[in-house]
Design a binder for this molecule. Sequence first.
Ligand code: FAD
Ligand code: MLT
Ligand code: ZN
Length: 471
Amino acid sequence: MNEFLNKLTAIVGPAHVQTNGDLTKFEEDWRKRAKGKALAVVSPGTTEEVSLVIKACLQERVSIVPQGGNTSMVVGSIPNNTGTQVLLSLQRMNKVRAIDAANLTMSVESGCVLQQVQQCAEKEGYLFPLSLGSQGSCTIGGNLSTNAGGTQVVRYGNARELCLGLEVVTATGEIWHGLTGLRKDNTGYDLKNLYIGSEGTLGIITAATLKLYPLPAAKLTAWASVKTIQQAVELLGLAHKMLGPALSGFEMMGQFALSLVNKHFPQMNVPLWRENPYCILLEASDNESESHAREQFEGLMQKAIESEIISDAVIAESLSQAKALWLIRENITMAQATEGLNIKHDISLPVSKIAAFVDETDSKITQKIQGAQIVNFGHLGDGNLHYNVQAPQGVDSKTFLQKYEHDINTLVYDNVIKYAGSISAEHGVGSLKVDTLKDYKDPTALALMRSIKKALDPHNIMNPGRVINEL
Ligand code: FAD
Ligand code: MLT
Ligand code: ZN
């Protein structure tokens, strides 16, 4: 093994192969659900170095776990505990390679932190719309490998829709130069979309060409309180009708989720959360003018009050007020993590079926476990719920998970399928859902996925055990 490590050291330099010291930040997942042990943490600085590292690993049949910001929600980016895997950190590959203003594109290396990309685009007068609560640490490579969603999908789409080209190091160490900025290119199979969402199981994304948009002339944000999920769905329908493409965010937050933010971040002053079971965070972006946007937005809120869809609402009067509202929404995850372990579900449903799904699933869970606390929030505009379950008050969260996680997952996922939904909307499969996927994914689709994996990674060295584990 020493010889192998020497080879890696010769490729990336001694400072960039770590085998000792505290490697927790690479080896433990964000949710603290698992901790692994890497043979080495290797941090290449260029695509050529990535290629040489993959070739060296392939030769020794050493498997590789790619990692960006290590913010995975599904234990996808840490090594297993055998001490035999190379943890490939892409964080040093963080250069913005080019901005093509006329083409409205930007080419960046995969280790660029999402916020860095957003800020760089904004400095040039453009918007890169992907927005997640983890944007201060997640990377573009991770975003594309998970096809991240976030809070602007209702208008701009998932990470997949925001990417035009990729540079990839394949599982055999070849470099695919697919860094195109073309909006039309029908020259065969869509390789880009195969790598996007593949969670590091097919190859390493080393760079991407991303779409840019004009910066909106105005942004309006409101926080509304509704009595039922059905009313939230009606508000969404009204917002689509009255705002059209200007609707850029539509987030739902259940009362218990907000109570956790109120408990752990009291300085955030959560508005209206005590009044009703749900709050909605709505955002509209307009390319015309502030006054046009405000008129349209206030018209929507007025109509929603008159038709008794919403009970109460506040409209942000400044950018800082809007930011404060978004911060509350983004901190639900952290508030939940501070509270303790919980059973997380990242599901999607047709919007038309969400209310029936929530009513039925809520009552099944509380019938099964008296006092179970449901932390329901998410991107309602995309039909995506983070439908999480927390232990009853006073019950130890670890014990609760050991006893109920499997049964609760089965209950929730069976209902998701009954209502024609997906068991993983935006976080991916990782290792946490790899066994569950087998029970819920179409068998023909799974067989095709296995064929693709075998064809592109014949020796199963790329993030084995993630997404699919029986080849
Ligand atoms: P990592 O966690 O490092 O890796 C994720 C997966 O991608 C792993 O399988 C890894 O092996 C693979 N990978 C990473 N980089 C590469 C690469 N260059 N090439 C090939 N494979 C690679 N997700 C959402 O979709 N929407 C949200 O709203 C959202 N909010 C979040 C809020 C918080 C507070 C947190 C902690 C997480 C949130 N997430 C969200 C989940 C997470 O941030 C995203 O999945 C993100 O895209 C992961 O990026 P990362 O750089 O941290 O990737
Ligand atoms: C979010 O929408 O906040 C994220 O996807 C993270 C989570 O599910 O907790
Ligand atoms: Zn989310």
